[in-house]
Every structure is written in structure tokens, then in C-alpha cells.
Design a protein around this ligand. Structure first.
Ligand code: SAM
Length: 238
């Protein structure tokens, strides 16, 4: 039997996420637990019966398309950011976004499943997905099969170290005000994102430089100091 070399796949849902640009998104899910997103199922998959039984699982696998970079070429060897951009690894030995097929795979904590104005949504906690990410498939995480406690982690044996994050007085006031208006713990979300040091390797030794992260309808301005990161202020983008 000849093996098909190309496939047509359908987008079953679209991610609505707090991350409005790639900068700031953690390298893997579960690192920024305060991040919230939701998948909106698309027709003809937007039927509650496609999800019946899913809420009995605490976590789900999401297969998705790295849509924001899919037009860029892949390379056989890439420089994983956590190796400081200095060492090259084979693309299949990494979780890089630039791959022969731009397919991502994330295991994410499942929130509530609900219908809103005839649309069906699946709430996610701690996802590493850009707003607008097309979803190819959703599967339950099955601990006895998917969790391998003695697995070897290669160049990524554990989560990266985090960096201390401090908030300016102004940023503290702005976070408290935003939280009172939107019931979102924006301060925890900002801390969890920035402490991962989202800067690309080539910027990681540029102390004093100011950076911006687009989160929800906000631009988070922050500065890198030698031993800590300082959240300067948050400004509305819309
Ligand atoms: N957990 C997934 C995996 O292992 O396939 C993704 C890992 S990848 C290193 C995580 C990065 O993908 C994020 O930091 C973000 O910059 C990028 N990303 C997330 N959603 C994306 C999208 N829709 N298009 C392109 N890049 C995306």
C-alpha cells in the first residue's frame, strides 16, 4: 500500500489567549499557571457531545499549528534558547516551533467546558499558546500511559531557573486597579511570565534594557537588572 505523503487537516478550534504576541509566552505549558485561554470549537465540531466525558480528565493534550511562524523555513539543526543559543541540536531533538510540519503539542490543565451564545468553549489553565492558534486535535491526558516518572530529559531535565521580579510602586497601583476592574490577578500573571526570562538569548546579557510584553489589552513595560527584573508600569493598548 503506498504511503500518502501529504494530508489535509481541519482546524477544529481556535485559541483565545492572554498572549497577544509570541514574546513572553513560556517555553512549555504549566510554567505560568495564572495564564488563561480558551478554545472555541469551530463548525462542524462545535457540538457538546464531542466533549462528553472530557471533564472527567484534569488535563488534556492539544495538538496545534504554530501558525505565526509556519511560513518560515525549518532547519535540520537549531539552537534551543535554554542552551543560550550557542549549541545546535537536531530539530527532532527539540520542541522548536520551526519544524518540517509546524505542529505543536501541549498538555494543559482543563478548566470548565461551557456554551456561550451558541458557541462552545474549553477553558485552559497554564497554556503556552498564542492568541489565534489553530487547534488540530484535543485528547485526554491519561496518566498511566502519558506520565513516565523515570524518563530522561536530555538537555531539558527540569524547568529553567527563575529570576526575582520586583514591581515599582506605580506598577503595584496599576495592577491593583486592573484587578479590581477585571477580576484577573494580573500581578501574579506578570510575575510568572517575566520570572521565566522571556528574552531571546542574544538579549540576555543586555542589562538595563527596557522590554514590553503584550498581555490581554495591556503592554507591560519592564527592565532587566543584573540580579532581578523590575516591572515599571502597565499601559492599556486599546
Ligand atoms: N508545548 C509546545 C510543544 O512542545 O510543541 C510548544 C513549545 S514551543 C517551544 C513554545 C513556544 O511556541 C512559545 O514560547 C511561543 O513563543 C510559541 N508559540 C505558541 N503559539 C504559537 C503559534 N500559534 N505560532 C507560533 N509560535 C507559537
Amino acid at each position: 500500500m503506498s504511503v500518502p505523503l501529504h494530508f489535509n487537516l481541519a482546524t477544529v478550534g481556535i485559541v483565545h489567549s492572554c498572549y497577544k504576541e509570541k514574546f513572553g509566552i513560556p517555553r512549555q505549558p504549566g510554567l505560568v499557571t495564572e495564564a488563561t485561554a480558551r478554545i472555541e470549537l469551530l463548525p462542524p465540531y462545535n457540538r457538546l457531545d464531542t466533549l462528553s466525558g472530557l471533564s472527567d480528565f484534569s488535563h488534556i493534550w492539544i495538538q496545534f499549528i504554530f501558525h505565526a511562524t509556519m511560513s518560515e523555513n525549518w532547519k535540520a539543526k537549531i539552537r534551543p534558547p535554554r542552551l543560550g543559543g550557542k549549541i545546535k541540536m537536531g530539530v527532532f531533538a527539540t520542541r522548536a516551533t520551526h519544524r518540517p510540519n509546524p505542529i505543536g503539542l501541549s498538555v494543559v490543565k482543563l478548566g470548565k467546558i461551557y456554551q456561550e451564545n451558541s458557541k462552545i468553549f474549553i477553558e485552559l489553565h497554564g497554556a503556552d499558546l498564542l492568541d489565534g492558534t489553530p487547534v488540530l486535535d484535543i485528547k485526554p491526558y491519561i496518566p498511566y500511559a502519558d506520565s513516565i516518572p523515570d524518563a530522561q530529559g536530555g538537555f531539558a531535565p527540569q524547568a529553567d531557573n527563575t529570576t526575582k521580579v520586583v514591581f515599582s510602586e506605580l506598577a503595584n497601583i496599576q495592577c491593583a486597579h486592573y484587578q479590581s476592574l477585571h477580576q484577573r490577578d494580573i500581578k501574579t500573571l506578570i510575575k510568572q511570565i517575566v520570572e521565566q526570562d522571556p528574552r531571546p538569548s542574544y538579549l540576555q546579557n543586555k542589562e538595563g534594557k527596557e522590554h514590553g510584553i503584550s498581555l490581554w489589552d495591556l503592554n507591560i513595560r519592564w527592565r532587566a537588572h543584573p540580579e532581578h527584573f523590575e516591572i515599571l508600569h502597565i499601559e492599556h493598548t486599546q
